[in-house]
Structures are given as structure tokens and as C-alpha cells.
Write a protein that binds this ligand. Sequence first.
Ligand code: ZN
Length: 177
Amino acid sequence: MRNRTAAGGGTRKDNLWAFLQCAHSLLFLCQDGQQESCSAVLQMASDLQIAVRTVTVEELKNELGSAKIGTRLYVCGDYQFVRGLENVLFSFGITNEELWSDVTGATVHPVLCAGCYHRNDPVAGSYIHCEMCGRMLEVSNHYSKKLDAVMGYIVLPEQLVFKSEEPQPSRTTPEGR
Ligand SMILES: [Zn+2]
């Protein structure tokens, strides 16, 4: 008789396997250009003979109303994409147990400080301190193709008090991968 791995234990691959094993079907949503990072997931789903359906963001929202029990969701993309999508999904009542999200680090852009125009190294978080002027910046999703950077807007101290009361992202972070 084999012991089952406790939830949260084991490697990430084991956890993904356990996640997929509970699925009857999988709704698969991957940001454009990120497909390579999902091949392992697709292979695993195929090994488990799970019906995989690739959907767009709009299709996914429609599906949620009629999703059957046993449907699992997989989303993959950069930080902003996944975080935005998770907010939508959780507002539809999707739980952590039903959703697997992979954040890819490769497309996180440098952050341009709105105060001193210093290019800060790519980060995955929502707030950073500018390396040059030390101001607190909110990392926006305003991406400039020309500058290949996103704008980091200065957070005023009074806003910071307010912001710090918001729950901070904690579930999936690209660090440590
Ligand atoms: Zn700065």
C-alpha cells in the first residue's frame, strides 16, 4: 500500500500531478508567447487522459457559469496576466483547489521610475523601491514598447498607508524557481 503525499508536500511536479488527477477536464488558458512553458502540463494531462480544452479569457468567463464539477483550470502567463485573471476567477467563486497558475518570469519588464527615469531590473512584485532615488514605486502594467519597460509610479506616503492594508499577493511567486 502506498502512502499518499500530504497536501503541500512533495515537489511541485507531484503537486501538479495530484491537482490534475482530480480533474475530469481541464480548461487551459495560456498567455500568447508563453506556450513553451506549459508543455509539461499538457503532457501530464495527456498521460492522465484528461480532456484539455484551450480557451481564451472571454471563453473562460463564459465557461465558468456552466463548468461541471471536476473541471480544473490551468492558467499561465506573466505576473500581471495571471494576477489579473486570478482576481476574475476568484470573483466567480473558483477556489485555489480548482486553479493552477504558473507565473513565467521571462516577460516581466524593467520598471522605469517616474521620478528619476532610472530603469530598475525586472521584478515580479507590485511595489518596489527605485534603486536610484529610493522612492516607493507602484509597478503599473503600462508597458512602453519603445522603452521596453513598464512605468513605476511614485507612491505617496499617505497612499502607502492605505495600500498596505490591501492583502499582498502570496500564493504564487516566481522567486525560488
Ligand atoms: Zn527613481
